[in-house]
Design a protein around this ligand. Structure first.
Ligand code: NAD
Length: 444
């Protein structure tokens, strides 16, 4: 049997330590974690304990780690959005094949530079477009590939972000502000763009976009609303965005959560998982309360430093002639994606929720309903699937499904959508792609 591949983790946060590294514990025959880089001493220690790492395998930064020479076959780069390009290029130059979180970069030129660096160093750069590795999205792709509904003429794709997820990540949290992270259409929807690119095959010819931040801003409420939910807010009890309702008395927002935690063998008074684990390393009731009284996640959603949009629509015309609309909004009752594909032979409707459902109606004929279990944790099984794939890539058994050159297109579409939204222009994608390559060459 092949010996396990060896991988280092750069950025041991929610994704690096929480989504990917645990795969090594479940599959020690396939992969071993042999190093960690993270400035946070608690996160470093947790990784060291979980993966039995010695002091010399733990580094306070990616710079220190790459300076120590190559420690393994692969590197998982899971730092925050604006810290992807430098560590990923440095890791490739040090000899690692890299699994890089999305968005591959927060700028257009950074994204192209990454592709160029992978091609220059001859290293594999695989992007964490995890949906492609999840059973639901694989099934949808397989059905469309089978030509069941014929040539695709129109697509309506919706990314329905739940109101509490919007508040958590895109109003109070890490992806709230474009200057600090990325535009919403990139941060949230590069996955959606990637699925569309994968399923539709024909390149986008031109696109336009509209959208704005409508709700989560000071103008939506009167001056009597305090800066924090815990500061005696007069509407706290009925506010769906109350930090008390989301993080402390969490059954107000997640009615089934207590039983789910008990079934999973966890203490419901100390929920260990996302989103609670993000607000504080101490997820006890007292720890959660303290976090919202003092930290960013207790801020009133109408009084944050957020500027990313809470809704955006992108209209795309493909080279094939097909037209596509993609809608993203942060006002959904439930977190899910939904879509409708109309082809020359039939219609397909799909809902990526628990359980995922794909309904195929052939013109004048039968209706078939395919149900896909999406309950597997971590993006419907996508986090597990991409790690399994990365191991096989490192073993030289397969080419990555989401290599950097492939994933570049979803990022270009997202950057173009943001430019189109801000300028009101229709973007011709052939010119846009050519400009991106030229720009990256200039700043290299
Ligand atoms: N694929 C997906 O579906 C998906 C889902 C969520 C987030 N993401 C992306 O994953 C990335 C990471 O998100 P997260 O929630 O895990 O972030 P996080 O903040 O929890 O983790 C980032 C880690 O990087 C560490 N770090 C900072 N500077 C460093 C340095 N110089 N060297 C090494 N480590 C350093 C931080 O201390 C932190 O622990 C983001 O780009 C995010 O957009 C992807």
């Amino acid at each position: 049997m092949a010996k396990p591949v060896e991988v280092v983790v750069i950025g041991a946060g929610s994704r690096g330590a929480g989504a990917y590294a645990p795969y090594a514990l479940r599959h020690p025959d396939q992969v071993r974690i042999v190093g960690v880089a993270d400035p946070d001493p608690i996160r470093r220690r947790r990784m060291a304990e979980a993966h039995d790492l010695a002091d010399e395998q733990c580094f306070v930064s990616w710079e220190e780690m790459v300076a120590a020479g190559q420690l393994g076959d692969g590197a998982i780069v899971a730092t925050q959005d604006q810290m992807h390009v430098e560590p990923a290029i440095a890791a490739m130059e040090a000899g690692y094949h890299v699994l890089l979180e999305k968005p591959m970069a927060h700028t257009l030129e950074g994204s192209v530079q990454l592709v160029q660096a992978a091609e220059r160093t001859g290293r594999i750069l695989q992007i964490c477009h995890v949906l492609r590795y999840a059973p639901f999205w694989r099934k949808l792709h397989e059905i469309l590939e089978s030509d069941a509904i014929g040539e695709i003429v129109t697509v309506e794709h919706r990314e329905n972000v739940a109101y509490w997820h919007m508040a958590h990540s895109f109003v109070r949290g890490n992806w709230r502000n474009k200057g600090l992270s990325s535009p919403m259409i990139l941060a949230k929807c590069c996955h959606d763009m990637d699925v569309l690119v994968w399923n539709l095959k024909s390149p986008v010819k031109r696109l336009s976009s509209v959208g704005s931040l409508m709700q989560y801003r000071a103008a939506s409420v009167g001056p009597h609303i305090p800066l924090r939910c815990t500061d005696g807010c007069p509407i706290e009890a009925e506010c769906p965005f109350s930090a008390i309702a989301i993080y402390v008395d969490y059954e107000r927002t997640f009615p089934a959560a207590r039983q789910q935690l008990i079934r999973a063998g966890h203490d419901p008074e100390t929920p260990p998982s996302w989103p609670f684990s993000i607000i504080s390393p101490d997820t006890s009731r007292a720890g959660r309360l303290k976090a919202i009284e003092t930290g960013p996640y207790g801020r009133c959603v109408y009084h944050c430093d957020n500027d990313v949009v809470d809704h955006q629509t992108v209209l795309m015309e493909l080279e094939s002639g097909a037209s596509v609309t993609m809608v993203m909004h942060g006002h959904s009752n439930q977190e899910h994606r939904s879509m409708r594909y109309d082809g020359t032979k039939g219609t397909l409707r799909a809902v990526a929720i628990e359980p995922g459902q794909i309904e195929i109606n052939i013109h004048g004929g039968a209706t078939e309903v395919v149900t896909v279990d999406t309950r597997t944790v971590g993006h419907g099984g996508g986090d597990e699937g991409i790690m399994a794939d990365f191991v096989r890539v490192l073993r030289g058994e397969i080419e990555p499904l989401t290599a950097a050159r492939v994933s570049l297109e979803s990022h270009l579409l997202a950057f173009a959508a943001e430019d189109a939204r801000l300028s009101g222009q229709v973007i011709a994608m052939a010119d846009y792609r050519a400009q991106a390559e030229a720009l990256a060459s200039q700043v290299r």
